[in-house]
Design a protein around this ligand. Sequence first.
Ligand SMILES: [Zn+2]
Length: 311
Amino acid sequence: MTAPPWLAEHWVRLQARVQRGALPHALLLCGPAGLGKRDFLRRFVRGLLCERPRDGEGCGECRSCRLFEAGTHPDFVTLGYALRKDGVQRSEIVVDQVRELSARLAMASQFGGWQVAVIDPADAMNAAAANALLKTLEEPSAQTLLVLLADAPWRLPQTIRSRCQRIEFQLPPAEQALAWLASQGVAQAADALAAAGGNPGLAREWAASGALDRRQEVRKDLAALAAGRGEAMAVIRRWLDSEPAQRLWFAAQAVADEARAQAAGQSPPLASQLDADGLQAWYAAANRTRDALSGPLRGDLLLLELLAGWR
Ligand SMILES: [Zn+2]
């Protein structure tokens, strides 16, 4: 599969660094999920470790490429969520993991080339883990590349961020995103891109998973409730039944559209009785509720409270 066009510039710049022998010891790859930063990184590391790379691309045939594809390259290590002793997956990256990684990076590479370590998601490191990593960042070994991947880089301590060369993946221009979606066979490309807030990777995923129907349904539900039709409990059941967080994202989006239409003096699509301040407050509440869904509170109660403020 060819790489999406919005990655091309990052690729060229990174390869130029490799050519100049100016690859930094630490990279921070960040930006919204869905733009392909993990694929980008795999492609880059494969080329870096390859014994006969062409224009930075791995040849796919050498010992290094074969081991990399098999996930058993001795000079490539990935750190992510580990399992606790009771077999449950941790929700953060802990200090022991980072220490183990640092010890490994302090040793010479097995194949005599680069050693690459990836921490993904780096923003899941807890404070002690981040502190331990700082030591490794301050005393880098030669031919060692540490890559941090983060969807939410602001959660990383500034001391870590400042020691990494940052590669920021941004949403591409709509035209480029639409052309790419068309090349991927996405039928309702414009709707999907709007639903995904301009994120083409997310748009492709959502178009394939019925998200556009859910988006339509959420708008219908909100319009019905605003008109005093429809029943909140039925809406809550429907929303909780499939992809509640995504539905709340769509609900917030719909209300943002409503506020824009009100402000522009156009007929607002949901015909809400809330004024500009009310819409803004509800928008914020919908986003808070979306975050709270992953917490300990009951989803039906959270939604009930949110919808009680909707009219
Ligand atoms: Zn190769």
